[in-house]
Design a protein around this ligand. Structure first.
Ligand code: SAH
Length: 348
C-alpha cells in the first residue's frame, strides 16, 4: 500500500525524497510495477497517442580511447575487431533509412580521435543539408564545450550522453581513474546549456550499483530534467573486467521506465536495444511500461557484429526496411504504431 501511495505522490508532485525512492525501489512487487505501468502508459497515450517514434542508429566507429570496465569496445579489449565508417558509408546508411521513413539519425560511436571536430562537423552538415527535415543526434561521448558548440552550429540538435550513475564513488567503480564523474556531469550541463535536446541515463544492475544509487539517479534526473532518458539493463561482455557479473533486472528496468515517464511526462524514452536483448519481447514490454521511442540499427550489416557493447547484443541481418516492418508488426500487436516524424521534444 505504501508503494502505491508513493507512486501517486510521484505522479502528483513529480519527485520523491531519497528515503521515499529507496523505499519504493527497494520493496516494490509485481502489483506496484503494474500500477506504475498503467499510470505511465496513460500519460504517454495522453501526450503521444499510440504513436512510437523511431530513430536510426548509425554505429560509425568501434574504436575507443576509453577503458570503461563494462563496455565491449573498451580500448583494452584486444579481441575486438575494429572498424570505422567513412562519410560516404554513413550517408549510405542515412539514404537507406530516409527511404523507409527514418527522420532522426543517431551517430553513435566510441570516443575515437580519428574523427576530428572538422570531420564530425563535415558529417553533420552533409546530413543536415541533404535531409533538412531530419534531426541529427550525436552519441559520441565527452568533448569540450567548444566542440559541442561547433557540432550544434553544424546542425546537430540532440545529444545522448548517459550519466551512467549519479554517485561519484559508484562512477569510480565503473571507470578507470582517468575518467571523471565531474567531467561527465559538466558535459551534460554544457550540452543542455548550448541548447541540445539532451539525453542522460544509466544501466540497471551495473556492478556495485545499490538501491541508494538508483534513488540518487532518479533525484538527479528529476532535477536535470533531460529531454531524453536512456535506460537499459547492464549485460556483461565476455572480454571485459565485468564479464562474470550478472545482467541487470528486467523488472527493475521496466519499473524505472514507468517511474521516469511519471516523473517527466514529456520525456522521450526509448525501449532500448539492451532491453530487447535480455528478452525477445523486451521492447514491447518497454512500450507497455511507458516508453515511446525505438532505436533500430541502421549500421551496415557487415559491421553490426563488431559494435558489441555486451554479449549477444541483438543483431539482425535485416536491412532498414525489413527491420522496420518487424518493429511495426511488434508494435501493432500491442496496439501501437510507428510514425514518420522527426519527433522533437515538446513541452505540454
Ligand atoms: N561513447 C559514447 C557511446 C557509448 S555506448 C558515450 O560515451 O556516450 C552507449 C551506452 O551503452 C553507454 O552509455 C552505456 O550506458 C551502454 N553500455 C555500454 N556497455 C554496456 C553493457 N555492457 N551493458 C549494457 N549497456 C552498456
Amino acid at each position: 500500500m505504501i508503494n502505491r501511495e508513493l507512486i501517486k505522490k510521484l505522479n502528483k508532485e513529480k519527485g520523491l525524497s531519497q528515503k521515499e525512492w529507496e523505499q519504493l525501489l527497494g520493496t516494490f512487487n509485481e502489483e506496484d510495477r503494474a500500477y506504475a505501468a498503467s499510470i505511465a502508459r496513460k500519460i504517454s497515450l495522453n501526450r503521444f497517442g499510440n504513436k512510437i517514434f523511431f530513430r536510426g542508429i548509425v554505429e560509425f566507429t568501434n574504436h575507443c580511447k576509453n577503458n570503461c570496465y563494462y563496455c565491449g569496445i573498451r580500448r583494452g579489449n584486444t579481441s575486438a575487431s575494429r572498424y570505422r565508417l567513412s562519410k560516404e558509408d554513413i550517408m549510405t546508411c542515412c539514404d537507406e533509412g530516409y527511404k523507409y521513413g527514418y527522420r532522426t539519425f543517431v551517430l553513435q560511436g566510441g570516443e575515437d580521435n580519428y574523427y576530428s571536430d572538422e570531420k564530425i562537423v563535415d558529417i553533420i552538415s552533409t546530413i543536415h543539408k541533404k535531409y533538412p527535415d531530419c534531426a541529427v543526434t550525436l552519441s559520441i561521448g565527452e568533448k569540450s564545450r567548444k566542440s559541442y558548440e561547433k557540432f550544434f552550429k553544424a546542425g546537430a540538435s540532440r545529444f545522448l550522453l548517459r550519466h551512467e550513475t549519479a554517485n561519484e564513488k559508484h562512477y569510480e567503480k565503473l571507470h578507470p581513474k582517468e575518467l571523471s564523474w565531474k567531467h561527465r556531469m559538466n558535459c551534460l550541463n554544457d550540452l543542455k546549456d548550448i541548447g541540445y535536446q539532451t539525453g542522460c541515463g544509466l544501466m540497471i544492475g551495473s556492478p556495485n550499483q545499490t538501491i541508494t544509487n538508483i534513488a540518487e539517479d532518479m533525484i538527479y534526473m528529476g532535477k536535470f530534467n533531460p529531454q531524453m532518458i536512456g535506460i537499459g539493463p547492464f549485460i556483461p561482455h565476455k572480454d571485459t573486467p565485468f564479464k562474470d557479473y550478472p545482467s541487470g533486472s528486467m523488472e527493475m528496468t521496466l519499473f524505472l521506465l514507468s517511474l521516469c515517464r511519471i516523473m517527466l511526462p514529456n520525456v522521450l524514452l526509448p525501449a532500448t536495444t539492451a532491453l530487447g536483448t535480455v528478452r525477445d519481447d523486451g521492447r514491447k514490454l518497454g512500450v507497455l511500461a511507458g516508453a515511446n521511442v525505438i532505436m533500430p540499427n541502421l549500421s551496415p550489416v557487415n559491421v553490426r557484429k563488431k559494435y558489441m557493447l555486451y554479449n549477444n547484443k541483438s543483431v539482425t541481418a535485416d536491412d532498414a526496411g525489413e527491420n522496420l516492418k518487424l518493429i511495426q508488426k511488434n508494435m501493432q500487436e500491442i496496439g501501437y504504431e510507428i510514425v514518420v516524424d522527426k519527433g522533437d521534444y515538446k513541452e505540454m
